[in-house]
Design a protein. Structure first.
Length: 272
């Protein structure tokens, strides 16, 4: 049985309202997986429906996609060397593997920036920041599902692969035991690519470029989030606002801040 790093409702075990919200999240995100932050919120009394009600209007209107696009246009990312076709083939990545890796990187790159701005807006809402003018609707995010394989369990992997995933997960953070980003587990189907990803990201981590980009990305994402507050209902949170704020912050100011940069760097290098 796969154990998540925090309390979470597995997708396969969700029932009733939780299962319905999970299905809606998959449909609205256009990715066939429910990220850990949502599965964690499902363990807190009434938190999942309240937070999803906060952000869903902005998602379906395209406002989140527009804010995420503004974030991407303004973000300054470190550059990793481009992976040529010869590099991919030398790592044992055939056409099928290349398609799978591309889908994983595309799926997480799509949702990471949107999650950063949307959940940052929820945090601002919980801190009592005023809504201001409603941001204009934009083009809704794509809803054609990005096909992702099942999320593998660490305990089912070879120890060397699991250790490499943990090493990758620590890139860009000084936390001794950061929450494990799901993307690396999804990429474990292709160990050769995990090794390439390490070679691309580790030098950027060693000289501080990842950490600087991650800090800037978090600040920029929270700046873009202000435009989404007008889309949120005035319904009071179902529990102490700061408790719920802390539950979300451990993701936004952790794996989401980190992976919005790391994933984007890897995807740009993958695409060439």
């Amino acid at each position: 049985m796969m154990r998540d790093p925090v309390a979470a409702v597995p997708e396969a075990e969700a029932t009733g309202q939780t299962a319905a919200i999970f299905a809606d999240i998959r449909a609205v995100y256009g990715v066939g997986v429910v990220n850990l932050v949502w599965r964690h919120l499902a363990t807190l009394p009434d938190a999942l429906p309240w937070v999803w009600d906060c952000v869903r209007p902005a998602y379906v209107s395209g406002a989140v996609a527009s804010a995420a696009a503004s974030y991407r246009a303004a973000a300054v990312l470190p550059v990793a060397p481009r992976l040529a076709l010869a590099d991919k083939l030398a790592a044992g990545l055939d056409a099928s593997a290349q398609a799978g890796i591309g889908a994983v990187l595309a799926g997480y790159d799509r949702t990471n920036a949107m999650a950063l701005v949307a959940l940052s807006a929820v945090m601002a809402r919980l801190q009592g920041e005023p809504a201001g003018a409603r941001a204009p609707a934009g083009s809704p995010a794509p809803v054609d599902a990005v096909p992702l394989p099942p999320l593998p369990a660490l305990e089912d992997m070879a120890p060397a692969i699991a250790e490499l995933i943990h090493r990758l997960n620590r890139l860009g953070t000084a936390e001794p035991a950061p929450l494990l980003a799901s993307m690396y587990r999804h990429l474990s189907y292709w160990p050769g690519y995990l090794a390439l990803a390490w070679d691309q990201l580790a030098p950027l981590d060693a000289d501080g470029r990842l950490a600087s980009a991650i800090a800037a990305a978090g600040a920029l994402g929270r700046q873009q989030a202000a435009s989404l507050l007008g889309w949120m209902p005035e319904t009071p949170p179902p529990q102490d606002a700061m408790v719920l704020h802390a539950a979300i912050a451990q993701f936004v100011q952790g794996p989401i801040d980190r992976m919005v940069v790391n994933c984007a760097v890897l995807r740009r290098a993958w695409q060439g």
